[in-house]
Design a protein around this ligand. Structure first.
Ligand SMILES: [Zn+2]
Ligand SMILES: [Zn+2]
Length: 246
């Protein structure tokens, strides 16, 4: 296997540091400001793949059964997860309905499927798939747009008010979504960005020479994959992300 000398620019102080080859469980910190530069989680990618399958299973369950049921004065209403979105839409909250649909169901599901599509063939058959870098870039770009735990907190907060007016029963899908939220959050905790990109697409970083900072070396660090690229190119050679880079 070809060995690469890996450099990175500290995202906090811009110092260029050479990343040593890390054993499982080891971390590399910036020698100047102690910012975490890279980490190697023991079986991190395997754990992330298992958690992605778990999250996908929970998401399917969360859409099959009743999410919540209300009973008041002899009337009962049962609502599924997707019906909560439809209900928002019908009550003239179209934009909110679309945002909930995107951030709570569609984007998290797309991330999970993309991660499984990359990691399963990579870890089981040791082969790479077409568009893997593009999918990897999508995963880390959309990561901050997923808010399953915020949605659950919002549901629980609104239930405190509703509980005084009606009997509320949390359905199987609610607990499935709780399971999904936990698996999804832990999945990203185990998915180390440095480890993911170095397994998916190892690439030699440009030599910074005698320069101590990325700015002095006219280099920029990719926000998505961490690869150093000549600043004037403005496009990452590894994940093909365009501006902005720093
Ligand atoms: Zn630093
Ligand atoms: Zn990149």
């Amino acid at each position: 296997m070809e060995m690469f000398v890996e450099y990175t620019a500290c995202h906090d102080c811009d110092l260029i540091a050479r990343i040593p080859s890390l054993k499982a469980g080891e971390k590399a910190y910036c020698p100047r400001c102690r910012h975490l530069l890279a980490a190697s989680v023991k079986n991190g990618l395997e754990q992330a793949l298992a958690l992605a399958f778990t999250a996908l299973f929970c998401m399917v369950l969360a859409n099959l059964f009743p999410f919540i049921a209300f009973a008041s004065k002899g009337r009962e209403q049962v609502m599924t997860l997707i019906q909560s979105v439809v209900s928002l839409y019908r009550h003239n909250n179209e934009i909110l309905a679309l945002l909930v649909l995107a951030f709570i169901i569609l984007i998290p599901t797309a991330i999970i499927i993309a991660l499984i599509t990359i990691l399963y063939p990579l870890l089981t058959q040791r082969r790479k798939i077409p568009y893997a870098r593009r999918l990897g870039r999508m995963i880390f770009t959309l990561q901050s747009w997923c808010m399953p735990e915020v949605f659950l907190i919002g549901v629980l907060a609104s239930l405190i008010k509703v509980a005084s007016m009606a009997t509320v029963v949390l359905g199987l899908s609610f607990w499935a979504y709780v399971g999904f939220s936990i698996a999804f959050t832990v999945m990203f905790a185990r998915l180390n960005r440095h480890q993911f990109w170095n397994t998916l697409a190892p690439l030699q970083d440009p030599d910074p020479g005698a320069a101590t900072t990325a700015k002095a070396a006219h280099l920029a660090s990719c926000h998505i994959c961490g690869h150093l690229t000549h600043a004037e190119k403005r496009r990452c050679k590894r994940c093909h992300r365009c501006q902005p880079m720093y």
